[in-house]
Structure formats: C-alpha cells, structure tokens
Design a binder for this molecule. Structure first.
Ligand code: PEP
Ligand code: MN
Length: 255
C-alpha cells in the first residue's frame, strides 16, 4: 500500500468514486477499473463483504476478491475502496493494500467498530469514508464521525439518502443535512446518488445538483452489465451512461 498518499485530498475540490455495488468476478472488476480510470475516476469502489438484509442472500465474494482489487490497482493504476463491516474484514482489506475503506449505512453507528477503525488507523491515517446511517440526524452522523476523527482526521462523510416517505425512490436524498454536515464538521462530504435514488434515471440530474451545490464528490455505482448484476441491479449505471454523466458533469463548475 502506498501509505504516503492522502486519498482524502482527492475530495478537496471534486472527486468521483465509482464502481460496482459488488465485486462479482475478476473480469468484471478489471474491466470496470480500466473503463473508470480512462474516464478520470480517482477511486474504484467494489463491495466485497456485502451486508445483506437476508442471510439467505448472496453475501459478496469475500476475501478472494482482494486479489481482484490488487490486480485492478496494478493494471489500471487506480485507487481501490471497499466496505468493511467488522474487525476481520478491516484487517483483511488493510493487509491487501485497499487504499480507502468505507463504513456502510448499516454499520455507521456501530460505535465499537468506528472506534476500532479510528485507533487502527491512528498512525497510518488511512482515509475512511463514513456513510450516513439510514436514519441518522446531523448530530448522530457527526458524533459517529468523531469516533474515528479523534484518532484519525482523514474521514470523508458520505450522504446516501435517508429513510422517508417516497414510494418512488429508495431513499430521500437529504442534501440539506449533508451540507450542514460539511459546514459543521469541516470534513469533505461526498454524495452517493445511487443508494439515494435506487434507480438509474435520477443519477445524472442528482449528480449535477450535487456538484453545483459545492459538495466534494460523488459515489456512483457502475456495472458493465447492470441488468445481470447480483446486487442493486436497478440502480447501477452502465458504461455508456457513465460517459454521459462525465460529459454532463464537465459542464458544471465545482464550487
Ligand atoms: C453500498 O455502497 O453498496 C451500500 C451497501 O450502501 P449503503 O451502506 O449506503 O446502503
Ligand atoms: Mn449497492
């Protein structure tokens, strides 16, 4: 792992972290990494240990996918990120040289995990993306962040929508609270438009709104063949749509 790079700086102004909801095969990871690198994406995301609602559901590829991420880094010279859900997955990811780790919404108030990650990255200062828990208030989200920042300041907050009333979208994209989080914490705040929308037709307009508002970046799910994705197939965009997104975002100034 290149410990000298501070990946939080990718989000000082505007950066994009993109990739599949789940790593599904070596080919899928390598293909997506190569495409996104060529599109100027700074970090490849891929879920490896998926926190699923039902235990019968596919739980992600697990440890084997570390090799796929390592190859993607080498071949495409792109930073890689994955979700860690406990101490074991954290250790495996760090050992494998995963550059950026994120804590997902379901674990975003798991204080012992957050404190563990804070302490474990106190020296390395590895960048940690902390998503907003699905019903966290501003105070709760910022409080969760402090479990890490009191040891390691390199935290990037990620708004991913909150539970609310709208049968037409997966979550409510709460840019208001997300912007308050940015102002009050001084941390970079990025927005995961995919988990907020839960559908592909809102990705480009919401991403444009996020950039225009002055957030620090975007998280977006991209898959070579979304229809056949093993998780979140309705919200992942294909490569063609990502190209349209890039072109469209280029016209929006970063604040
Ligand atoms: C994900 O990013 O794939 C994910 C599970 O998101 P969230 O934790 O925001 O639901
Ligand atoms: Mn997903």
């Amino acid at each position: 792992m290149n410990k000298s790079i501070n990946y939080s700086s990718y989000f000082t102004e505007w950066g994009i972290i993109a990739g599949p909801c789940s790593a599904e095969s070596e080919l899928q990871v390598l293909e997506t990494a190569a495409f996104l690198k060529q599109q100027g994406v700074v970090i490849l995301r891929a879920g490896v240990w998926k926190p699923r609602t039902n235990p019968e559901d596919w739980q992600g590829p697990g440890d084997v996918a570390m090799e796929w991420l390592k190859k993607a880094k080498q071949k495409s010279q792109i930073a890689v990120a994955t979700e860690v859900k406990d101490e074991h997955t954290f250790q495996v990811a760090v050992e494998a040289g995963v550059d950026v780790l994120w804590v997902g919404s379901r674990n975003a108030q798991n204080f012992s995990l957050l404190e563990y990650i804070g302490k474990a990255t106190k020296v390395t200062k590895q960048t940690i993306i902390l998503k907003r828990a699905m019903s966290a208030s501003l105070v709760e989200w910022l409080g969760a962040a402090r479990y890490i920042t009191r040891y390691n300041p390199h935290v990037v907050l990620c708004e991913r929508g909150v539970r609310g009333y709208s049968p037409d979208t997966r979550n409510i994209l709460d840019l208001q609270t997300a912007y308050l989080a940015k102002m009050q914490s001084g941390l970079p705040v990025i927005v995961d438009v995919s988990h907020a929308a839960g559908r592909t037709d809102l990705i480009i307009p919401m991403a444009r709104a996020v950039k225009a508002a002055g957030f620090n970046g975007l998280m977006v799910e991209v898959h070579p063949d979304p229809k056949n994705a093993r998780t979140d197939s309705l919200q992942q965009i294909d490569f063609g749509t990502f190209s349209l997104l890039s072109t469209s975002l280029a016209l929006v100034p970063a604040v």
